[in-house]
Design a binder for this molecule. Structure first.
Ligand code: ATP
Ligand code: MG
Length: 792
């Protein structure tokens, strides 16, 4: 596995074409281009094209040109030219010296037009736009030749020169290719090549008043730059014939070819620059880089990492059939990327004050808190202050809570993350009936999250110290539109579907470590989602944007309202799902097996979106049983797994130990295409094994051995443990002879140890463990060995 978080580039039909071209020697060096028109900011659809084109150049050691297709003076602007370059770079691509402007070719293009006229393959038409359209015919009716079609070459040349010289007004004449007015492809019925437009161009100023049409210009641009594979979206399939005609009939040397792929359509947003511009102009959003926009600039500002966008583009693949990609897939890719990198910290978004009445005033307890859960291969801790006054989330308290409410309620205990157990003794309400403050007591014995008497506390909530926390504004973004296809209805303007709650601004607090860190850290605020600082954020006025929530709450909400068929499955990643186990974790074996990425949750998210019972399981596992997000996710991804888990709980009701054991030991054994139910280990076997470990009867290592034996149908766990004598050996009487024997077998090492080489202790422990088949209690062995070896 690589360190890069980028998904490998999957092959696609364009790669196949290129492979064949290279093999047949039709192409020596692959040249592609990304040709935006600078008439708006780039959106995520463009990202797909960028990843494809630049990706090809990378894969084949070729070139990808960034070419501004700036042939229309009316809509283009320098602001867009700058933003596009910025966005392509941010996405992680480099065009080296290959930055081009179509407008720099105007002179060369004009020469090609003159050539066509001289060859009798183009003519100046003086009909109005209306007449031209009228004469073009329809799909079922051939077109009529223009009355100007047979103008002489000399007359055409003279008119064309005058057009260029500005002697005519807009629309008085056009230059047309002379191809075939009855061609079944309407685009071939004498298409326009040039039109008159008296307008100032962002690059060429007033040098020109005639501008080339897209089909003519684009083919020539590709040819001038020796592009080999000119990749565009499917709408241009019919234009290919004209593209080839232009190349074949112009005085150009190279012969580029056009290939079409399906454009990206994404649910709950619009993707046309015209519509995005409309949202900006109507001030429905704060600008092109508003974090709700599907623009690259918007996503960057929101905090989406460029790797996530690249991975998304790889995941959706390149195909020839148009489809709409489920926006959940984008959200999944973002979460997946952030999950592996974002430090976990605490923030309270909708705060209510908590006073710990038995905690001394003015005192502070600095608690240790991990930045990363155990399955993320990064390390780090910070100190979190605990004091008499805290904030917790307002909705983590419920006065008339149901029996299964495991968060804060009157009289019941809840665990503060990394902190203490607290019990609510009184709730104080304001005159308006709003909850103002909670009075609680804490158990000083519960520091760090457990007590000596191992009292059961199921719920864990996050919090910050009121005295130390930093005030912050949170921008909570949601989808910009309320329906999957806002522009899918010809009758209704897409803006009618704008989501009024696409931005909710909340004011709360973050723990102090967050204010001290670099501004560009993307955090997970525990139980809330992924956030990063908005560019407007100041040290004394922090502002955070929610990049994406922790899991898909939208699907559940939608499900309740109107059941919808699950969206396109096609692009979903393979269900690596439960296959990849978490880190191995046992001592020493520093987890070579540790997967680089957390198992993909997308499939499971999809399953839950389609099955409310599974969705309910996920919530219950996390909130009632207090499982980690990951375990709750992995155990609620399909009915077989959740049933297995619940049956095991029936036999041994300790979710906190049963769940991780199933996740780490059992699920990795389930092969693709198989279900957990088909394993020859039953939920009761699992319960028995977990209980044995929990009761300290066997070690975790032994439990694995027993599991393997059960799978090999050698009996039930109790029998196997008994027959193989695997019970943990921790009584001194049984261990003594083993230790004596080991020492007798290695007299030299005993001497060396006694001469001061105490690092040999590990060697002896290992020998004893080996001699007992892993059944000895390592702590006890160490104690006894230290004594015995020190002896004499
Ligand atoms: P829009 O339709 O949003 O106005 P456009 O096609 O006019 O976009 P261009 O600037 O001409 O925008 O596009 C530059 C390149 O990006 C083109 O090669 C085009 O095929 C590609 N592209 C544009 N939109 C998409 C999309 N949704 N999916 C994939 N590629 C796209
Ligand atoms: Mg375009």
């Amino acid at each position: 596995m690589t360190n890069s978080s980028d998904a490998p580039t999957p092959s696609n039909f364009i790669h196949d074409i290129i492979d064949a071209d290279l093999e047949a020697g039709r192409v020596q060096k692959v040249v592609t281009r990304f040709p935006p028109e600078p008439n708006g900011y780039l959106h995520i659809g463009h990202a797909k094209s960028i990843v494809l084109n630049f990706g090809i150049a990378q894969k084949y050691g070729g070139e990808c040109h960034l070419r501004f297709d700036d042939t229309n003076p009316l809509t283009e602007d320098e602001e867009y030219v700058a933003s596009i370059q910025n966005d392509v770079r941010w996405l992680g691509y480099d065009w080296d010296e290959h930055l081009y402007f179509a407008s720099n070719y105007f002179e060369k293009m004009y020469a090609c037009a003159v050539h066509l006229v001289k060859e009798g393959k183009a003519y100046v038409d003086s009909q109005s736009q209306e007449e031209i359209r009228e004469m073009r015919g329809t799909l079922t009716r051939a077109g009529q030749p223009s009355p100007y079609r047979e103008r002489s070459v000399a007359e055409n040349l003279e008119l064309l020169e005058k057009m260029r010289a500005g002697e005519f007004g807009d629309g008085e004449h056009v230059l047309r290719a002379k191809i075939d007015m009855s061609n079944p492809n309407m685009l071939m019925r004498d298409p326009l090549l040039y039109r008159i437009r008296h307008a100032t161009h962002h690059n060429t100023g007033d040098a020109w008043c005639i501008y080339p049409m897209y089909d003519f210009a684009h083919a020539l641009e590709d040819a001038f730059e020796s592009v080999t594979h000119s990749i565009c979206t499917l709408e241009f399939e019919n234009n290919r014939e004209l593209y080839d005609w232009v190349i074949a009939n112009s005085p150009v040397e190279s012969e580029p070819h056009q290939y079409e792929f399906a454009r990206l359509n994404l649910g709950y947003t619009v993707m046309s620059k015209r519509k995005l511009l409309q949202l900006v102009r109507d001030e429905e959003v704060e600008g092109w880089d508003d974090p709700r926009m599907p623009t690259i600039a918007g996503m960057r500002r929101r905090g989406v990492p460029p790797e996530a966008l690249r991975n998304f583009c790889q995941l959706i693949g390149v195909a020839k059939a148009n489809s709409t990609v489920d926006i959940q897939l984008l959200e999944y890719t973002i979460r997946d990327e952030l999950n592996m990198k974002a430090p976990r910290v605490m923030a309270v978004i909708d705060p209510v004050k908590v006073t710990i009445t038995n905690f001394p005033e003015g005192e502070v307890d600095w608690l240790d808190a991990d930045y990363f859960p155990h399955d993320v291969p990064l390390e780090g801790t910070r100190k979190v202050p605990f004091s008499r006054e805290l904030y917790i989330e307002r909705d983590d308290y419920l006065e008339d809570a149901p029996k299964k409410w495991y968060r804060l309620k009157p009289g019941a205990e809840v665990r503060l993350r990394y902190g203490y157990y607290i019990t609510c003794t009184e709730a104080i309400y304001g005159e308006d009936g709003e909850l103002q403050e909670l009075l609680c007591t804490y158990d000083p014995e519960s520091r760090g999250g457990s007590t000596p008497d191992e009292r059961k506390v199921r719920g864990t909530i996050h919090w910050v110290s009121a005295t130390h926390a930093k005030a912050a504004t949170f921008n909570l973004y949601d989808r910009l539109f309320t329906v999957e296809r806002p522009d899918g209805d010809a009758e209704v303007d897409f803006q009618e579907y704008l989501n009024p709650d696409s931005l909710v601004v909340a004011r709360g607090f973050v723990e102090p470590s967050v204010a001290e860190d670099a501004a560009d850290v993307r955090y997970q605020f525990e139980r809330q989602g992924y956030f990063w600082r908005d560019e407007s954020s100041q040290d004394d006025a922090l502002v955070f944007n929610r990049i994406v929530g922790l899991r898909d709450s939208w699907a559940k909400q939608q499900k309740k309202e109107a059941p919808k068929p699950a969206a396109s499955k096609k692009a979903a990643p393979k269900p690596a799902a439960v296959k990849a186990s978490k880190g191995q974790g046992e001592k020493g074996a520093a987890g070579e097996d540790r997967p680089n990425k957390r198992p993909a949750s997308y499939e499971r998210d999809q399953a839950r979106a389609a099955d409310p019972q599974l969705a309910a399981c996920q919530v219950r596992y996390a909130e009632e049983l207090g499982l980690s997000e990951d375990d709750a996710d992995l155990l609620s991804g399909d009915r077989d797994v959740s049933s297995f888990f619940e049956a095991a709980l029936q036999a041994y009701d300790r979710p906190q130990v049963v769940a991780p054991w199933i996740v780490n030991e059992v699920l990795p054994l389930v092969a693709e295409e198989q279900t957990v139910a088909s394993l020859s280990v039953s939920p009761t076997d699992v319960a028995t094994l977990v209980k044995m470990v929990d009761d300290d009867r066997i070690t975790t290592a032994v439990s694995r051995e027993v599991l393997a034996a059960v799978l090999a149908s050698e009996g039930d766990p109790e029998t196997i443990v008994r027959e193989r004598g695997l019970e943990k050996v921790s009584d001194a009487e049984s261990l003594k002879p083993v230790i004596a024997e080991v020492m007798a077998r290695h007299p030299d090492n005993v001497t060396r140890y006694r001469e001061g080489k105490t690092t040999l202790l590990g060697f002896f422990i290992g020998q004893v463990m080996k001699a007992t088949g892993g059944a000895a209690d390592a702590v006890k062995v160490r104690q006894m060995l230290e004594q015995e070896l020190a002896g004499e």
